[in-house]
Design a protein around this ligand. Structure first.
Ligand code: PGA
Length: 245
């Protein structure tokens, strides 16, 4: 399966950061995987201009479930498409925690993204306490079933398994732990989407770096990565991309 490596800049990046996209283009050449960079809303259009005619695809970090309306401060999926995005990250744990996003809300956002023609990267993952309680499979399975809307296919959805305790901490699950949960995600996807569930890309996210990427990509059912901190600098991000090749 062609791997998908997505960088999530979160609330980082001013116009000067667009130089990283420029640098990434030079470092990646003919990529053998899909490369997505998700800058903040304010940089989407300029980022898409910089990425034009290159292997770098631009994505966003959230969208509203509605196409338009009285939703102060929100941005619709259609607006993202117009700004040049082709992907959108939805249900990231930081959205689930800081903006109280439930599975039901995530599911409506994914449906809106699909309606606008975007591919959604749906994030799921357990907290440390849930792992310690032995509830990982149950929690992640529940998030997954609740967050995938009707109409999802392997071409408009990717799943990112991101243990909350591994995000920005430098902590990473063991390869066995990653394989265990990715195989249960695969099973849920097959139950939900039938044979097409085998083709949905399942990304791992949480403290991925150039130095640990090759091990993670070697794991069964790991079809790419969602990268936060290490995506901010083109050289580090390109190191992760080359580990996927
Ligand atoms: P991190 O973040 O790579 O900085 O741990 C990953 C994410 O939140 O998507």
């Amino acid at each position: 399966m062609r791997k998908l490596i997505a960088g999530n800049w979160k609330m980082n990046g001013l116009a000067s950061s667009l130089a990283e996209i420029e640098a990434l283009k030079g470092l990646t050449g003919e990529a053998t995987c899909d490369i997505v960079v998700c800058p903040p809303f304010t940089l989407l259009e300029k980022a898409a201009e910089r990425a034009k005619d290159s292997v770098v695809i631009i994505g966003a970090q959230d969208c509203h479930p509605q196409i338009s309306g009285a939703y102060t401060g929100d941005v619709s999926a259609q607006m993202l498409v117009e700004a040049g995005a082709r992907f959108v990250i939805l249900g990231h744990s930081e959205r689930r925690v800081f903006h109280n996003e439930s599975d039901a809300v995530v599911s409506t956002k994914v449906a809106a993204a699909h309606e606008a023609g975007l591919t959604a990267i749906i994030c799921v993952g357990e907290t440390r306490a849930e792992r310690d309680d032995g509830k990982v499979i149950e929690v992640v399975g529940g998030q997954l079933r609740g967050s995938i809307p009707a109409g999802a296919t392997s071409s408009n959805v990717a799943i990112a398994y991101e243990p909350v305790w591994a995000i920005g901490t430098g902590l990473v699950p063991t390869i066995d732990q990653i394989e265990e949960i990715h195989s249960s995600i695969r099973q849920t996807l097959e139950e939900r989407l039938g044979e097409d569930g085998r083709r949905v890309r399942i990304l791992y996210g949480g403290s991925v770096k150039a130095s640990n990427a090759a091990d993670i990509f070697g794991a069964t059912n790991v079809d790419g990565a969602l990268v936060g901190g290490a995506s901010l600098k083109a050289v580090e991000f390109a190191g992760i991309i080359s580990a996927a090749a």
